[in-house]
Design a protein around this ligand. Structure first.
Ligand SMILES: *[C@@H]1O[C@H](CO)[C@@H](O)[C@H](O)[C@H]1NC(C)=O
Ligand SMILES: *[C@@H]1O[C@H](CO)[C@@H](O)[C@H](O)[C@H]1NC(C)=O
Ligand SMILES: *[C@@H]1O[C@H](CO)[C@@H](O)[C@H](O)[C@H]1NC(C)=O
Ligand SMILES: *[C@@H]1O[C@H](CO)[C@@H](O)[C@H](O)[C@H]1NC(C)=O
Ligand SMILES: *[C@@H]1O[C@H](CO)[C@@H](O)[C@H](O)[C@H]1NC(C)=O
Ligand SMILES: *[C@@H]1O[C@H](CO)[C@@H](O)[C@H](O)[C@H]1NC(C)=O
Ligand SMILES: *[C@@H]1O[C@H](CO)[C@@H](O)[C@H](O)[C@H]1NC(C)=O
Ligand SMILES: *[C@@H]1O[C@H](CO)[C@@H](O)[C@H](O)[C@H]1NC(C)=O
Ligand SMILES: *[C@@H]1O[C@H](CO)[C@@H](O)[C@H](O)[C@H]1NC(C)=O
Ligand SMILES: *[C@@H]1O[C@H](CO)[C@@H](O)[C@H](O)[C@H]1NC(C)=O
Ligand SMILES: *[C@@H]1O[C@H](CO)[C@@H](O)[C@H](O)[C@H]1NC(C)=O
Ligand SMILES: [Cu+2]
Length: 811
């Protein structure tokens, strides 16, 4: 997804903050670790358990507090921790660091200071009350660029707080390349922008003909150009090249940049840090390749190629309503209310949530945004860790403008792009909101209200039955935790939903603008959706880590096949009968643990514990199943763009042994050299046993996205969504849904049709007077100024994208 910030854009993000490049990526915001709770909320919470059902209802926005029994060892570094680590780093003269505010692209800088995820082997004893709190360590990402061969290196600083025992060590153990070092091949974004200006000058006539102006790297330009992502790196020669496609600049308010394409693209060689050695390697225009700029110009001049003017920005990309108002749509629609206040508890200090029989911690990082840890259900841990690892958006097309686009979005970061949610729209107005933040380039970046938590009725019952003289039906009230990360053109909504049947639904949805292609000569790669616009086909694959622990860490992966069979039974005259049966087996080792969902879903998988059979001898566990048709793995086999950096995207489900040295399936700077990634997921598979070991599953959500006219102006969450469900399998002796009293049983006499009893089991609906103004959030509170919703192309003179704006975000 995200066409808006191809490789160089992002690298300029990594480059000095002082950069004025139009590709400079802003918004490194977000944080967590909320401040203490306002007093008025505490008051409201105290009242909360004393519901007065006849008086006025409680205000929906009140916080409900709880106190975490343990410290959140997964929480982001505090301001003090991060600042002291930064100071410590600046004191290490070997690092030769320059403060970001003063740095050029030839100075070493600190990029990220963040919590180093504790090892599970240290965390579990603490969580189980059997060991000390693990020492906190910081991960420090440093960009070394005062050199001809710049690179990023990961370090480990700790233990914290900083003392005379704190050391700085290269961080290598989580990286199966052996070292946490990644070369940077595009350290000079400003020079590269100037190079593109120079190229544009050389074909000025063509650009003026096509767009009515040329590219000067100014905000007033009518045409933009930017590199594809990832860069191409020739493994033999080391040459670094990239394709760059020209696009009309958006002219209105709306974020339409990624819809506008021209089909005219240039390949550049940007090897090394001496811009005078950079060169043009050729041109592509709707089906034709030209080796030199002169060839391209000759072809335009002598009539070999025709100009096809790219469609400009227009109403077709506007999202505000148009056309007649739908019948009755002016009437306020149904809305969710929470008449008696929240029925869940939030410890905002520790980011710990309790709802009914569930509890868990929230963690938030720059790379991947929100993740959950230590999910307990009915007093026992079922999940140690659950979170998105990496998101791939892989395009294809007749030309390089699409074929060379394969984004690994954690490079840009899901944290910086998790903006404030709109109350009453993105989440119910009664939701509890959490802030997020992280420490980037020596500044704390925060986004208020960027995670929401709320309880909601699904609108259909969780269970019901009608019998001869009763009917019963059970409400399907569940808890949702949600965030949205806007990566360039696309908005990904991440959601975890907890249900009374013990199931957890993991969902991602996509909206926002598609990244389109130029229509001409591209019919095999998408639908024709506007005058000169193709809905460029692409795959979304979002990889998740799921570390289930079923009654402890020693677990196995059960495979259950529903198989057609022909059987002879003694009770059927010896005649063969065509039927089906169950085939139980186990995935014994990592050799067999790269799994695709069976096309007919006749195979089921569950993590079970063989050592704790239930009273019927069955192994308790949690099943994992796709809940939507779209749970995709990558269509492209052995992608020429992503090479070894997206091996996690090749199947639906994977199981491996848990290792402290394998905390994540990806690394956020893998896209800088996709053939030689710092974390290569394939190396997790070395034939180890999966029989009563600590297992970690990785699964993919996503979709094959073939945008059509219904993706204009935006893709919609309602169809672009993907869900996997984990649910108990023989884990309880009955379905725990029975425990909620939010159900009714109506007894009746069939003869007389008279109701003979109504049982509500102690549940009472609220009949208090509800102040509907509680459903209306004050949208003037929205922090649009801080939360830089990025547009493509980036525009340095626009205050939204300015350096000052970033500084404001931090404070
Ligand atoms: C979020 O940040 C704002 C501004 O600093 C603060 O007023 C609010 O209490 C914070 N919210 C939480 C839940 O900590
Ligand atoms: C409930 O609210 C009503 C109306 O405000 C009030 O008259 C009544 O005393 C309250 N009852 C309790 C138990 O607080
Ligand atoms: C930036 O450079 C100026 C001038 O050398 C210096 O006074 C200032 O302290 C530097 N800022 C930081 C944060 O190091
Ligand atoms: C330290 O960095 C500066 C640029 O900030 C560079 O000029 C200098 O050569 C570097 N020193 C060493 C020893 O690498
Ligand atoms: C985590 O485990 C690895 C592998 O055993 C070890 O090298 C590393 O030091 C541990 N990290 C911390 C923070 O203790
Ligand atoms: C470290 O600091 C502690 C207390 O501040 C002190 O007692 C100890 O001697 C110091 N150790 C070293 C090696 O400096
Ligand atoms: C761009 O062209 C100018 C003028 O010819 C030249 O001075 C500059 O070095 C060129 N820059 C790049 C990055 O090619
Ligand atoms: C036009 O220019 C192209 C590119 O140089 C060349 O291949 C082609 O033969 C030329 N055609 C004519 C009609 O001159
Ligand atoms: C389902 O598909 C699998 C292949 O993935 C096949 O082996 C199996 O027979 C099919 N089962 C049914 C019930 O069609
Ligand atoms: C992927 O493609 C490359 C280049 O064609 C080839 O060298 C490599 O062996 C392939 N790898 C796999 C796993 O197929
Ligand atoms: C809404 O928020 C704005 C900005 O914080 C504030 O000025 C205004 O008073 C608020 N309105 C209401 C009705 O609370
Ligand atoms: Cu898409």
């Amino acid at each position: 997804m995200r066409i808006s910030s191809p490789a160089l854009l992002a690298v300029s993000g990594l480059a000095a903050v002082t950069s004025a490049s139009p590709f400079f990526m802003k918004n490194f915001a977000t944080g967590k670790k909320p401040i203490s709770m306002p007093a008025q909320y505490k008051h409201a919470v105290l009242q909360n358990n004393n519901q007065n059902t006849t008086g006025p209802c409680y205000a929906s926005s009140t916080l409900s507090t709880t106190k975490s029994p343990l410290d959140n060892i997964f929480s982001a570094l505090s301001e003090v921790e991060a600042a002291s680590v930064t100071k410590f780093l600046h004191e290490q003269s070997d690092l030769n660091l320059t403060a970001n505010v003063n740095a050029t692209s030839w100075d070493n800088v600190i990029v990220l200071v963040e919590l180093l995820q504790p090892n599970k082997s240290d965390a579990l004893p603490y969580l189980n009350g059997e060991g000390p709190k693990p020492h906190r360590y910081s991960k420090a990402t440093i960009q070394f660029q005062a050199t001809l061969e710049p690179y990023i290196q990961e370090f480990m600083v700790g233990p914290l707080p900083v003392s005379n025992e704190t050391t700085l060590q290269p961080l290598n153990y989580p990286f199966n390349k052996g070292v946490g070092i990644q070369k940077i091949h595009n350290a000079d974004p400003d020079e590269y922008s100037q190079f593109l200006v120079n190229i544009s000058t050389s074909i000025e006539d063509i650009l003026i003909n096509m767009f009515g102006g040329t590219f000067t790297n100014s905000p007033d330009d009518v045409v933009t150009i930017g590199p594809s992502d990832p860069l191409w790196i020739d493994d033999e020669t080391g040459a670094v090249t990239t394709w760059n496609e020209y696009s009309p600049a958006p002219t209105g308010l709306y974020g339409t940049g990624s819809l506008l394409r021209s089909g005219l693209a240039v390949r550049t060689d940007l090897t090394g840090r001496d811009p005078s050695k950079w060169s043009v390697l050729g041109w592509y225009y709707i089906g034709q390749f030209f080796k030199t700029t002169d060839d391209l110009k000759a072809a335009f001049n002598n009539g070999t190629v025709d100009y096809i003017k790219p469609q400009p920005d227009g109403d077709w990309g506007v999202t505000a309503p148009s056309g007649p108002v739908l019948p009755q749509d002016e009437i306020p629609p149904p809305v969710s209310v929470q008449p008696a206040g929240p029925r869940y508890g939030v410890d905002t200090e520790e980011e710990y949530i309790e709802w009914m029989d569930y509890s868990f911690f929230i963690s938030f990082t720059r790379d991947t945004g929100m993740r959950l840890f230590d999910i307990k259900y009915k007093g026992e841990r079922i999940v140690y860790e659950l979170g998105m690892q990496e998101a791939v958006a892989h395009y294809a097309g007749m030309g390089p403008g699409e074929s060379a686009q394969a984004f690994l979005d954690s490079y840009y970061g899901f944290g910086p792009n998790a903006f404030e949610l709109v109350k009453g729209y993105d989440c119910p107005a009664h939701a509890t909101m959490l802030n997020t933040s992280f420490y980037w380039r020596e500044a704390r970046r925060s986004h208020e209200n960027s995670i929401c938590i709320f309880e909601i009725d699904a609108g259909y019952p969780a269970a019901r039955h009608t019998a001869v003289n009763y009917v019963y039906t059970t409400k399907n009230v569940h808890l949702v935790v949600r965030s949205v990360s806007t990566l360039g053109n696309y908005d990904y909504m991440f959601e975890y939903a907890f249900f009374h049947d013990g199931s957890i639904h993991i969902t991602v949805r996509a909206s926002g603008y598609i990244a389109a292609a130029f229509w001409a000569a591209n019919a095999d790669y998408g639908f024709h959706i506007e005058d000169t616009v193709s809905g460029s086909m692409h795959d979304h694959v979002l990889n998740y880590k799921l570390d289930l622990d079923i009654h402890g860490t020693k677990n196995s992966l059960m495979k259950l096949d529903v198989v057609p069979t022909t059987e002879v039974y003694p009770w059927a005259d010896g005649q063969p009968r065509n039927t089906m049966k169950l085939k139980r087996s186990f995935i014994e080792t990592e050799d067999d643990s790269k799994i695709d969902w069976a096309p007919n879903l006749s195979t089921m998988y569950a993590v079970v514990n063989k050592d704790t059979p239930n009273k019927w001898g069955e192994y308790p566990g949690y099943r994992i199943s796709p809940a939507t048709a779209s749970t995709a793995h990558l269509t492209i086999v052995n992608s020429s763009d992503l090479k070894n950096s997206a091996r996690f995207a090749e199947h639906h489900l994977y199981a491996v042994q848990q290792k402290d040295t394998e905390p994540r399936s990806a690394y956020s700077f893998n896209s800088l050299d996709t053939a030689n990634p710092v974390v290569d997921f394939d190396k997790f598979f070395d034939g180890e046993s999966l029989d009563q070991e600590d297992l970690v599953l990785y699964f993919n959500l996503g979709m094959h996205h073939v945008p059509d006219t219904q993706d204009l102006p935006n893709t919609v969450f309602t169809t672009a969504q993907s869900t996997v469900v984990i649910s108990p399998q023989n884990y309880f002796l009955q379905n725990p849904i029975r425990e909620t009293i939010q159900q009714v049983e109506i007894n009746y006499d069939l003869e007389s049709q008279a109701v003979t009893g109504i049982k509500k089991f102690g549940s009472e609906p609220a009949v208090c007077t509800y102040d509907m103004s509680n459903t209306v959030a004050n949208l003037s509170d929205y922090h649009g100024g801080d939360l830089v919703v990025r547009k493509w192309p980036y525009d340095p003179s626009n205050p939204f994208f300015g350096t000052t704006e970033i500084e404001q975000i931090g404070n």
